[in-house]
Design a binder for this molecule. Structure first.
Ligand code: SF4
Ligand code: SF4
Length: 482
């Protein structure tokens, strides 16, 4: 799902989004690195030529980089991108560096899979691992980006030019092009199609009942590879677009209101702010990216970006409630389409919701007349929000609510798109979520939740005591008494 709200402020904030938008954009530009021109994208043939550092050719190479990380464009239209021989050579090169480093062993199951393959090989080096086993590593990666953003000292501009997630993406894209992706994975990542169908009146009841039925779930497990115990959240026939028809009841005539970025709007923090849904949207296609289906990502981009760029032109800032959607527009699309000016425009205008609220607060434009405290909140910071390099803005904003203590849990929840529902990875996902669940239990919180609704549901599933997660925006609404 991707629902973008173009706003000239926040529901409970004042105006002057020009000020609200400028600082974060500068911070993003510095933090994200962003497309840095037509460089050699890690994982591409050019990158391999630029960064050969296999095995013993490491003398004189500095350990780690002191410079800010950069991210190279993804060279996905280059036919060489899909050349299996050069891909395998690059996988071997990077796997060899990782084998010598092993910092990421605790992040996900991709690295333990790689290290087990190496350690169980005859040579106990990467050259002893059969190339036909490389796919076992690739299929464990769900592109959370944490290894790149939080661990790896060898990312560009370091000369080893390691971009593990985007190398995995390249391998996934080759798999997809070669038709090696299961029908199940093609279907469950079509969130638009599945969601539209499953949410139809009458059908929605049947789908939800089927998802709760043990015999049906056993059949889905055996026939479709959807784990019988995986948490499948219920569908709702009332889409967010139908539910938010009442948005103007905030007191703002959205049709008549003037967008604020141009600075013409009132500056008072007491002034209602125009909020509107983007006129149309489709899934940002993050699930398709994780499958390696880059053509579908382009199709979704071609539908979403013109709509959002037009809103940005009108002066609106844009937020999306799911971190993965924001990351798609902030990072992945700009790296896939570095020449597209409208993509760059949307990148500059889109915010994580709490990044935006925190910016409003810094400008003195966020109302803090909260009516209710939240008590103790066990808050899970979603990976796709953490890698936006914006800091813990959700914690900061929720922390403004009186008598509220926010305990931040910075560990992967293990949901990761479809990873938590597939038969072969469900057990891994439950293992990954276990420490998060333990932290939530230990906190004995009044509320728990994550910026990522799927992660929140997965944590609730791990708790297994009937409690449900609250999105931090829901908590904020409760605190305001709205
Ligand atoms: S991107 Fe995430 S899932 Fe993939 S290898 Fe890195 S840490 Fe693991
Ligand atoms: S991705 Fe970087 S930090 Fe992680 S194991 Fe590989 S080389 Fe080490």
């Amino acid at each position: 799902m991707a629902v973008e709200s173009a706003i000239g402020g926040t529901c409970a904030a004042g105006s002057q989004p020009a000020a609200a938008s400028s600082a974060p954009q500068a911070a993003h530009a510095a933090a994200r690195g962003g497309p840095s021109g037509p460089g050699a994208g890690a994982g591409t043939p050019a990158a391999a030529a630029a960064a050969r550092a296999p095995g013993g050719v490491r003398e004189g190479v500095r350990e780690g980089s002191l410079e800010a990380p950069t991210r190279h464009p993804i060279d996905w239209r280059n036919p060489e991108f899909y050349n299996e021989e050069s891909l395998n050579a690059e996988l071997e090169r990077v796997f060899d560096i990782c084998h010598g480093c092993r910092r990421c062993v605790s992040l996900c199951n991709a690295f333990p899979t790689l290290f087990d393959l190496v350690d169980e090989s005859e040579t106990m080096e990467v050259d002893g691992v059969s190339r036909s086993d490389y796919g076992k590593v690739v299929e464990q990666c769900y592109l959370c980006d944490l290894c790149y953003m939080t661990k790896c000292p060898y990312v560009p501009p370091h000369e080893w030019n390691v971009d593990f997630p985007h190398l995995m993406l390249r391998a996934k894209a080759v798999n997809y092009r070669d038709g090696k992706v299961k029908l199940r994975d093609r279907l469950i990542t079509k969130t638009d199609v599945v969601g539209r169908f499953a949410s139809l009146p009458v059908i929605v009841n049947a789908v939800n009942a089927a998802n709760r039925s043990k015999p049906v779930r056993a059949a889905m497990d055996a026939g479709a590879g959807i784990h019988r115990e995986a948490n499948l959240p219920p569908y709702d026939s009332k889409s967010i677009r139908r539910r938010l028809r009442k948005l103007p009841s905030t007191g703002v005539d959205v049709a008549a209101d003037t967008p604020r970025r141009g600075g013409s709007g009132p500056a008072s923090g007491d002034t209602p702010v125009p909020v509107r849904l983007a006129p149309s949207e489709r899934c940002c296609a993050m699930p398709r990216l994780e499958l390696g289906d880059l053509e579908s990502v382009e199709k979704a981009k071609n539908e979403n970006v013109p709509v959002l760029a037009k809103l940005a032109d009108e002066g609106f800032d844009i937020v999306a409630p799911v971190p993965s959607c924001v990351l798609m527009f902030k990072q992945e699309l700009p790296l896939m389409f570095p020449e597209d000016e409208r993509v760059a425009k949307v990148r500059a205008a889109i915010y994580d919701p709490f990044e935006y609220l925190a910016q409003r607060h810094r400008e003195g434009l966020l109302r803090t007349d909260f009516r209710h405290s939240l008590g103790t909140v066990a808050y899970h910071a979603a990976c796709h929000q953490r890698v936006q390099n914006i800091g813990s803005k959700t914690r900061d904003v929720l922390g403004l609510v009186p008598d509220t203590r926010v305990s931040v849990i910075e560990r992967c929840s293990g949901h990761d798109g479809t990873y938590a529902v597939k038969r072969e990875s469900y057990a891994h996902s439950m293992k990954i979520v276990r420490p998060v669940v333990r932290r939530v239990r230990d906190e004995e919180p009044d509320h728990f939740g994550s910026d990522c609704p799927m992660a929140g549901n997965h944590i609730a599933h791990g708790l297994g005591d009937g409690r449900s997660a609250d999105h931090p925006l829901t908590l904020l609404r409760k605190a305001y008494g709205i």
